[in-house]
Design a binder for this molecule. Structure first.
Ligand SMILES: [Zn+2]
Length: 315
């Protein structure tokens, strides 16, 4: 039995939060670079967050594509490839049927990819939750993922894989996020790989990533962080066990503390700090007045007598 997806209460809450996010971003957008990244894939209805087996999820590409592939997986389980309906040749859209059974309340990831005639990869990943009858489902974010994978960086230590993602509605920020976040993470002298304690690799499959670096509007950051019992209050970022959830307002306008030398320095700190939580590291405090802050010191609001620092191993 097929039925059209229904918007549940959780989805409506996200929509209700939308205008707040737009207002907070207003000042930021003017100074930011406009889109190097176009909307690659659109899922309809966009606000859909919950599904049952047999539901049909449709999608549309921003331009004609071929070689459309869709996968469906529950978190932590192998992905299943899904047959795609009506998305071959120069198609701009298609649909997939959600396989049963869907586990109630558990995150399931739908990934759709198409290839343009000139060989570019258009890809979108959406997290859905299985319908829980009688109570609202948790909200899963629709995200856009940077495609491709990097070499393994670093010379020793446990390997952590990670993705670079933006909330789908701000995916014009993806290019800028990738540039600044990867500059921070792949610095071989000062970054996490500098001492041979960690190896890291960027991948493009959120299902298998140890760390999902996500740039998102404050309401989504807050929702994700609340899952881990953290109150980010619309103004700061967190690690929630899966996402290094970076607050878009902070990313674009900088720290609350005025002492960071530049926006780039703050972005380096923000990326390396939340990624450090993903490496299972906890908080540190300022060791003595005038010293450089340890990277795992919370620095967004101030440095408690230390000096701002964005590097795991500053020189
Ligand atoms: Zn922290």
């Amino acid at each position: 039995m097929r039925r059209v997806l229904t918007v549940l209460v959780a989805g409506a809450l996200v929509l209700a939060a939308g205008p707040v996010a737009v207002a907070q971003e207003g000042a930021a957008r003017a100074g930011a670079q406009r889109p190097q990244t176009q909307q690659p894939v659109r899922f309809a209805p966009a606000a859909q967050t919950t599904v049952s087996g047999g539901d049909v999820v449709s999608f549309a590409f921003a331009e004609p594509v071929s070689a459309v592939v869709a996968w469906w997986a529950r978190a932590g389980e192998p992905a299943r490839q899904l047959p795609v309906t009506a998305a071959t040749g120069a198609a701009t859209g298609g649909s997939v049927t959600v396989p049963a059974p869907v586990k109630p309340g558990r995150p399931h990831v739908l990934s759709v990819r198409g290839t343009t005639p000139d060989g570019r990869d258009l890809r979108r990943v959406v997290t859905y939750y299985g319908t829980v009858s009688g109570r609202p489902a948790r909200v899963g974010p629709a995200t856009t993922v940077m495609t491709g994978r990097s070499p393994v960086m670093g010379r020793g230590g446990r390997l952590f894989t990670f993705t670079i993602e933006t909330q789908a509605s701000v995916d014009w920020q993806l290019q800028g996020l990738a540039e600044d976040a990867l500059r921070a993470l792949f610095d071989e002298q000062r970054g996490w790989t500098a001492r041979g304690s960690y190896r890291i690799q960027r991948i493009d499959d959120p299902r298998s990533a140890d760390i999902r670096v996500l740039l998102a509007r404050p309401p989504l950051v807050d929702a994700l962080c609340r899952q881990a019992g953290l109150d980010t209050g619309g103004i700061v970022s967190c690690w929630n066990g899966t996402f290094a959830a970076l607050n878009l307002t902070r990313w674009v306008t900088g720290a609350l503390s005025p002492r960071f030398a530049s926006l780039e320095q703050y972005r380096t700190y923000l990326t390396n700090h939340e990624f450090g939580h993903g490496l299972r590291l906890g908080h540190r405090t300022c060791p003595r007045r005038g010293a450089l802050s340890p990277i795992m010191q919370q620095q967004t609001g101030g440095q408690d007598g230390c000096r701002p620092n964005g590097w795991p191993y500053p020189r």
